[in-house]
Write a new protein. Structure first.
Lengths: 347, 381, 332
């Protein structure tokens, strides 16, 4: 399998023990609490979870664009495979306003956002905003930059580019805007594309088009994608590997088939059950996970899913931090149901 | 908002799970109250304002002297604080003041005041003084503060006619603090009715009202105030004068509120729940009172509060120029007239004290309005 | 676009006409008229006017006719001849009186206008970017106090300070030796020196206000996703700040242009009275008190016109600056 071959390579990006804390009036919120994952060349990693689980913060931490209030620790090592100067670099060690991180943002690691309307400034033309990235990273020459921008617009399937180039975001439809956003992100041939809920704000048909576009561009340009979403359907279509996030932690991580056919964590199972299925029994109600996500403020060491879990073990799950358990080479889970070291029981 | 869920939550909701539960079940007003409580400056301001209005309410009782009581012996006397320790270093349990004696400065030949340490007058509470009506009802002559006869106490000095500034500031606060309130109350009612009609019914009525508002707003406020105030006939009773001024302020002030009301009406009119009520056959009045008003009354309170400082400053300016409140009535602006001459400020700086009070009042109203706005609309930071 | 501007200008005309009528009505309101004022003045000087003389004088000045007739005569002259009537106090045509004071009034107002933008916008940006720092608290506190201080009294305080520090209260706009002197470099310098206090005083309230507005707008804009997008593109913080939030925050500021213009002109009125500046303010004040109705009326009309024009300019600028409105015109 190709996945096997890819895994053996050095990852493009490896995130280790990423923690993001936010100081609040009534304590410290552990928004992201010890996240590890790797992104490989040409592959797509899906980061899935409910809103508020820290997936957006995690993705933004990679290029240090979180608000000042977020205290970030851990390491995010980036290995460029074609540039010697960027051989091995811990992105977190860089000052978020430094030139070095800025030379990576947009050029090596680009990002697209959920709301293409607000992600573009209404004050400038689409062309102006696309050209900006090109002019920082690729060429100072305005004519050349415009040429590249027009090519990119064509590549994402926007016709009549010359005219579109001079239009403002409000003159674009939602799907068109997201296409423009993708063309902007890909205009400097990044090695990694971070897509933060790229299709959430779009209609279903447009959603499919945009996803298809991302896939074909990935095949053409060979970049890796980190896809942040709450939608398992999108994960199934797009990803090679999936990391399920809950309350600031990755609770399960596996290749996409494993997640769908052999889920381990009760939360993952719950998520899958709450997905509508074609040909399923329509008279039956969809399962839902009861309760809501608690706020991770001043949480004692315990499983964050404890309150909502059907299979919880009292005295174990709510008394200690959950370690990561390897199910197989590529499948890991944070749950005491699969852990050999249940301290609570052995005592 | 969606893009950064964790971060936004911190700002918009009370983070403790328990509190969130509370918030879910609280009424709109309770929510506003909870948020307002968090705004420290606004809370302090509310206390200061309450204190100021309380003083104004009992002004005649608190002020040692009446509005027109003067003593030509004590023209432009400086403030005298009460003391506990006398010139000989002896401590007295009862605070006292020394008698003021006017002499001439040997160098500048200007009249100055020195304390006569021979004559000591103790501070007294509930002294008999000029008769007045307590709260305008009960005739009495008891004042909160005073000194032994024949001594005199000028806590904040006197003016060019030998009138006690402290008493006059307190008595003037009755007018200075109430004009904006009454003015704003009238604008509130006018704005609510006219803006409501304009916004709810729309159509040609709306167009006409909008044109009228536009025209009134085209007048720069101050010159219009000046022009209208100049039209107040001289030598009219204080009450009439007061009414004239209040009406002038309200006449100009209501347009802002009407615009707020109209905007909110238009926005809310098309909300699903209002349309649902309409389809269900609920009458106009009931829709307005039950569904529309609660939706924006908090905004209106905020807009009203924020309109008050402008009125205070306007009244002060008009009275200062002699176009507003005139003698025999007094307001802070009238008191500041004496500060118009730079020599007065240079020689008798205490004449600027009313300015400090004006600034304090306007500041507290601004803070209060800010606090209310944040409380009423937490999402708009 | 041109069509839009023309339409807006045409809409102004009825508004101005209506305003002119209200103005005329208002200046009629005070009891008595110029003649009764004049006769009171004369009798104080020992020259008692008989009722017949007074009526004659009224007939001469056209004051015996009904209000609406007087209004139409006034309006007709304005429209046909540009004649705004006669100032009784100055014994000169109103236009001559206004012309005499207009130059300096414009200079002081425009300098104040520039001052208030130049000071307020950078401070607004600074306090938003450095929200909740000592600098923010300092400037925000200052702007709150600025908003709460009646500017005429600030004038007195500044005059007093200038008097105690420099031995010169800087009254008026010129030192006595320059008042009637022809324009020279020294006179200009003298004027600039004397303009410091008036400009600060007149501009204070609107500057403080603008700081608050700019700060609020910037805080809104700084939290918008397009700033994050710009950052993700690799732009420097400096460039992001000026290209995105600042540019967007300036839009609503532009819409307050008309308001600022008239507030600065009115602010100048009281300040000019207190500081005894040779500007329109004191002239207007005396005209109102002395029932010099054509002068007062013309001046009020002018002020209202200024507000209307200011709003018009704001609207046009806004239409021109906001891509959403601009593209609508392009589409048509």
């Amino acid at each position: 399998m190709t996945t096997q071959a890819a895994q053996s390579e050095q990852p493009l990006l490896s995130v280790q023990n990423l923690k993001i804390r936010i100081q609040m009036d009534n304590g410290e919120m552990k928004a992201v609490d010890g996240v590890d994952f790797e992104i490989h060349k040409g592959k797509t990693l899906g980061l899935v979870g409910e809103s508020g689980c820290g997936k957006s913060l995690t993705s933004r931490a990679i290029i240090s664009i979180n608000p000042k209030e977020c205290e970030t620790s851990g390491s995010i090592v980036y290995r460029s495979d074609n540039e010697a100067s960027l051989k091995k670099l811990d992105l977190l060690s860089l000052n978020p306003t430094s030139k070095q991180i800025r030379s990576i943002r947009g050029r090596k690691i680009a990002m697209i956002f959920q709301e293409p309307m607000t992600a573009f400034s209404p004050m400038y033309t689409i062309g102006n905003q696309i050209m900006e990235a090109i002019q920082i990273h690729r060429t100072k020459n305005k004519k050349e930059a415009k040429k590249i921008a027009l090519e990119m617009l064509a590549k994402v399937g926007i016709s009549d580019q010359e005219k579109r180039f001079d239009q403002y975001p409000h003159e674009f439809s939602g799907g068109m805007r997201q296409r423009a956003m993708i063309s902007m992100a890909l205009s400097c041939n990044p090695e990694i594309l971070i897509a933060d809920e790229p299709t959430t704000a779009l209609d279903v048909t447009i959603q499919a088009q945009v996803l298809e576009l991302m896939r074909s561009l990935q095949a053409e340009l060979g970049m890796a994608i980190l896809l942040v979403t709450h939608d398992l359907g999108i994960i199934a279509q797009m990803c090679d590997e999936v990391a399920v996030m809950y309350l600031g932690k990755i609770v399960e991580q596996a290749p996409v088939k494993e997640i769908f056919y052999n889920p381990k964590h009760p939360y993952t199972k719950g998520l899958l059950k709450s997905m509508p299925r074609l040909g399923g029994d329509k008279s039956k109600r969809l399962d839902s996970i009861e309760g809501s996500v608690p706020m991770p403020i001043n949480m004692p060491p315990m499983c964050g899913f404890y309150e909502r879990c059907k299979d919880r073990i009292e005295g174990v799950c709510n008394t200690q931090a959950v370690p990561k358990t390897r199910i197989s080479d590529q499948h890991s889970v944070r749950c005491f149901l699969y852990s050999e070291q249940r301290e609570g029981e052995s005592q | 908002m969606r893009t950064m869920p964790v971060f936004r939550r911190q700002k918009t909701e009370a983070p403790q799970p328990v509190k969130i539960k509370d918030a879910n079940y609280s009424s709109q007003w309770r929510l506003i109250y909870l948020r307002f409580k968090k705004h420290k400056l606004a809370r302090i301001s509310l206390f200061i304002l309450a204190f100021l209005y309380l003083i104004a309410l009992f002004a005649q009782f608190i002020a040692p002297y009446g509005l027109q009581s003067y003593d030509s012996k004590y023209v432009n006397a400086p403030p005298m604080g009460f003391r506990f320790v006398d010139a000989a270093g002896k401590f007295h349990i009862k605070p006292f003041v020394y008698e003021l004696q006017s002499t001439r400065d040997p160098e500048t030949m200007r009249k100055i005041f020195v304390s006569n340490t021979e004559k000591r007058y103790s501070l007294q509470f509930f002294v008999k003084g000029e008769p007045y009506k307590f709260l305008g009802l009960i005739p009495t002559s008891t004042h909160l503060l005073g000194v032994e006869q024949p001594g005199r106490i000028f806590l904040l000095g006197t003016d060019g006619m030998g009138r006690d500034l402290f008493s006059r500031i307190i008595l003037g606060s009755q007018i200075s603090l109430s004009i904006p309130l009454v003015g704003v109350a009238i604008s509130f009612v006018l704005g609510l009715i006219i803006g409501g009609i304009s916004g709810y019914f729309g159509g040609w009525l709306d167009s006409i009202i909008q044109r009228i508002i536009e025209i009134i707003r085209s007048f720069p406020t101050l010159p219009l105030w000046m022009a209208l105030s100049a039209a107040i006939p001289p030598r009219i009773p204080v009450v009439t004068m007061y009414l004239y001024i209040v009406i002038i302020f309200a006449f100009i002030g209501w347009t802002d509120l009407a615009r707020v009301v109209r905007g909110k009406f238009i926005a809310l009119k098309n909300e699903d729940y209002v349309i649902a009520a309409k389809i269900a056959g609920v009458g106009n009045t009931k829709i307005i009172v039950k569904h529309l008003l609660p939706g924006f009354i908090s905004y209106l309170v905020v807009a009203t509060t924020l309109a008050i400082p402008g009125m205070i400053l306007g009244e002060t300016a008009m009275s200062f120029l002699g176009l507003g409140i005139r003698s025999p009535a007094t307001s802070w602006g009238v008191l500041l007239q004496e500060a118009q001459k730079i020599e007065n400020v240079a020689l008798y700086p205490w004449k600027l004290i009313p300015l400090g009070i004006v600034i304090l009042t306007v500041l507290t109203y601004n803070f209060l309005g800010d606090g209310l706005r944040d409380a009423a609309d937490p999402y708009k930071k | 676009m041109l069509q839009y501007i023309l339409k807006r200008i045409l809409l102004v005309i009825p508004v101005v006409l209506f305003i002119s009528f209200i103005v005329f009505y208002i200046i009629q309101l005070p009891p008595g008229d110029y003649v009764s004022n004049y006769s009171a003045k004369m009798s104080a000087a020992g020259d008692v006017m008989t009722p017949v003389e007074m009526d004659e004088m009224r007939a001469n000045l056209g004051l015996d006719r009904p209000i609406y007739e007087q209004y139409f005569v006034w309006m007709k002259k304005i429209v046909t001849k540009g004649d705004f009537g006669f100032s009784f106090n100055y014994n000169k045509p109103v236009t001559a009186v206004i012309k005499q004071y207009m130059g300096l009034t414009l200079v002081v107002s425009l300098v104040t206008m520039v001052f208030h933008y130049v000071v307020a916008i950078p401070i607004g940006i600074y306090t938003a970017v450095k929200q909740y720092t000592a600098g923010d608290y300092f400037f925000s506190g200052l702007s709150f106090i600025g908003m709460a201080t009646p500017n005429f009294l600030l004038a007195i305080i500044l005059m007093y300070l200038s008097y105690t520090w420099f031995g010169d209260p800087l009254l008026g706009l010129f030192s006595s030796e320059y008042v009637n002197a022809p324009w020279s470099m020294d006179k200009v310098l003298d004027l600039m020196k004397h303009m410091v206090i008036p400009v600060i005083v007149i501009g204070l309230a609107s500057t403080a206000d603008l700081i608050r507005i700019m700060r609020g707008q910037m805080l809104d804009e700084l939290n918008k996703p397009n700033v994050v997008t710009a950052r993700a593109k690799g732009l420097s913080e400096f460039k992001i700040l000026f290209k995105y939030p600042t540019r967007a925050a300036l839009n609503p500021i532009v819409s307050t242009f008309g308001w600022s213009l008239s507030s600065i002109f009115t602010g100048a009125t009281i300040t000019a009275i207190v500081l005894n500046l040779p500007l329109q303010g004191p002239v207007m004040y005396n005209a109102l008190l002395g029932q010099d109705m054509y002068l007062a009326g013309s001046w009020l009309l002018f002020m209202a016109l200024l507000t209307v024009l200011g709003t018009l300019i704001s609207d046009i600028l806004l239409a021109w600056l906001d891509p959403k409105i601009r593209t609508e015109f392009r589409g048509n």
